[in-house]
Design a protein. Structure first.
Lengths: 144, 436
């Protein structure tokens, strides 16, 4: 079904794209390791909010995000996080008057960092969401 | 006649008395019925339901809550209440926060099992001072300065009154300090400090619910075990530790098969076994979706990204979390009795709890298991969730892909020969006769 010696998506690209779009791990963006005709293939789908961006801008950002997702899948991502939680309660009674004060404070920070070098990722097409607000970009690499 | 009327009145009185005291009438009277209809108004919180359930389940396995069981496992329960009511926007976010606070509290309780530092102090004073009559040695002639002070004082009162200050306020300012005849003061402070690194602590059960009156509680049961800690060390240090293999469970297929409504109750990190019998850590993340009618896909896309990050962070928190927790309570009570028979009472109770999970970094290689979207069953707000997982086999596969992508062509092998001394060669000469 696919030309395994050339571009995976160059022939029957619509069919392949439909297959990617119907894959639950990839249809909203993601990374999956799939066997295509007994050839293992790393397929990455990134998503970009369209806003006012042009097609070249979307392609550029989509490619960078896809590379980032692929790196996170292969190299892992560095997660840095911290939490602060503070709760206090004070009740004061003065003769017949009672006052009550309560404070709840919560702060959480999560940072994800991906570093590394990736090569050989091939563009595999793109599509838009139904309301045209999200752009999905496919890139892939055959793993020998 | 008079005698007959007295007898008649007496008879009527006796009849009424007997009717009033009839037990059946008493039983049916509204006053009695009211007391019979009163029932104990005890509200069962999700925490109570979870405690009952976990106690029953653990008892079957010969285990208990809040102690170190024979196999080294510890189960603790903690709860938190959302700050946003379930019928207001922002509820799902508040629910996430409540879950995190409950998890921190559970880990704090876990650390306390190992020991906590308690600092406390308390004390009271009591004084009774009853005076009768006047001390003859106290009275003396007022000095000139005291007289001048009184003139100024009266002038200031007139100025305040002219400026609009009420007579009551002026009277309060001029009120002499009352003579105290009895005073009692009590104060007490208790502080608890606990700190440590919690590794290998996962969520095993979640109970949550709306109690009415804008009260929504999230209660969780967390488990620590030596096996979980070993797995956490494996994830953190990337060692070649042999992960314990147990019975095969199709945990990934199970999660993929759950309905989206059932996924709403999945929070935090969970450890189980996959179809290969190896340990798998799942991270569950959820996020509220705020749609404005247009560009809904973009809102969902952003929400999925946030949910995924929360899910990965939950696995990180399972691996290791450096926690410092302080709790303190202060009680003060004062009572004063004055010579004019008036009393003054003051009390203050304050409680503080501060828990901090210190910033730390961990490299994690996870894969996405599932995405889902649903509405919260109680608040009916749109929400999405992402489930990610870590397994040793995925880590190893990712490392192989990395090696494959990083591999370079082999460089020509260098021959390792010993250099020999040079030998004589012919003499090379160059030049042109024309240049001479």
């Amino acid at each position: 079904m696919f030309n395994i010696n050339g571009d995976l998506f160059s022939q029957n690209s619509e069919e392949v794209k439909q297959e990617v779009k119907s894959n639950p791990s990839l249809k909203d963006g993601g990374v999956a390791f799939i066997d295509m005709n007994s050839i293992p293939c790393l397929i990455v789908v990134s998503n970009v909010i369209v806003g006012t961006k042009s097609i070249p801008q979307l392609q550029r950002i989509g490619k960078v995000k896809a590379d980032r997702d692929a790196l996170a899948f292969i190299n892992g991502e560095e997660i840095t996080s911290s939490i602060k939680s503070f709760i206090s309660e004070e009740t004061i009674v003065e003769n017949r008057e009672t006052s009550y004060k309560s404070v709840d404070y919560y702060e959480e920070t999560i940072l994800s960092n991906v570093t590394g070098f990736i090569n050989g990722m091939t563009p595999g097409g793109y599509w838009f969401s139904e309301d045209k607000s999200v752009y999905y970009y496919i890139s892939y690499k055959l793993i020998k | 006649m008079k005698k007959n009327s007295i007898v008649l009145i007496g008879l009527v009185f006796l009849m009424k008395l007997s009717m009033a005291q009839s037990p059946s009438e008493l039983a049916n009277s509204s006053a009695v019925k009211e007391t019979q209809d009163v029932s104990a108004d005890v509200v069962k919180f999700p925490e109570d339901a979870l405690t009952d359930k976990m106690t029953t389940l653990l008892l079957k396995r010969g285990k208990s809550l809040n102690i170190i069981n024979q196999d080294g496992s510890i189960y603790v329960i903690a709860s938190a209440t959302t700050t946003r009511p379930s019928n207001m926007s922002g509820f799902v976010f508040s629910r996430n926060v409540a879950y995190n606070i409950a998890e921190l509290t559970a880990k704090m309780n876990l650390l306390r099992l190992a020991g906590e530092q308690i600092t406390s102090g308390r004390g009271f004073t009591m004084l009774e001072d009853i005076i009768e009559g006047e001390d003859p040695d106290v009275s003396k002639t007022a000095s000139m300065l005291q007289k001048a002070g009184k003139v100024i004082d009266k002038s200031l009162d007139k100025a305040l009154s002219y400026l609009g200050v009420s007579d009551k306020e002026i009277g309060d300012m001029n009120e002499d300090e009352k003579k105290v005849i009895f005073t009692q003061t009590y104060n007490e402070t208790v502080k608890s400090l606990v700190a440590g690194m919690v590794k290998g602590c996962a969520t095993v059960w979640v109970a949550e619910g709306e109690l009415g009156g804008d009260d929504y509680q999230v209660s969780i049961c967390m488990k620590y075990s030596p096996e979980f800690q070993s797995l956490a060390s494996l994830i953190k240090n990337n060692t070649q530790y042999q992960v314990p293999v147990s019975k095969v469970q199709n945990s990934i297929a199970k999660i993929e098969g759950y309905s989206a409504e059932k996924m709403v109750g999945k929070l935090g990190a969970k450890v189980t076994f996959n179809s290969k019998g190896e340990m798998i850590v799942f991270g569950f993340g959820q996020q509220e979706v705020k749609t404005t009618g247009s560009r809904a896909s973009a809102a969902y896309s952003r929400a999925y990204s946030k949910a995924r990050l929360r899910a990965v962070n939950n696995i990180k928190n399972f691996v290791a979390e450096d926690i410092v927790a302080e709790e303190s309570i202060t009680d003060v009570e004062k009572i004063r009795e004055y010579s004019d028979s008036t009393k003054a009472y003051y009390s203050r109770q304050s409680w503080e709890q501060a828990v901090k999970s210190k910033s730390s970094t961990l490299n994690l290689s996870t894969f996405e298991v599932r995405r889902w979207k649903s509405v919260h069953p109680i608040s009916k707000q749109n929400m999405v969730g992402v489930v990610v997982a870590w397994t040793l086999s995925h880590k190893q596969d990712a490392d192989k892909i990395k090696e494959s992508m990083d591999s370079n062509p082999t460089s020509p092998s260098k021959t390792n020969t010993t250099r020999k001394q040079t030998t004589k060669s012919t003499i090379i000469m160059s030049g042109e006769e024309e240049d001479l």
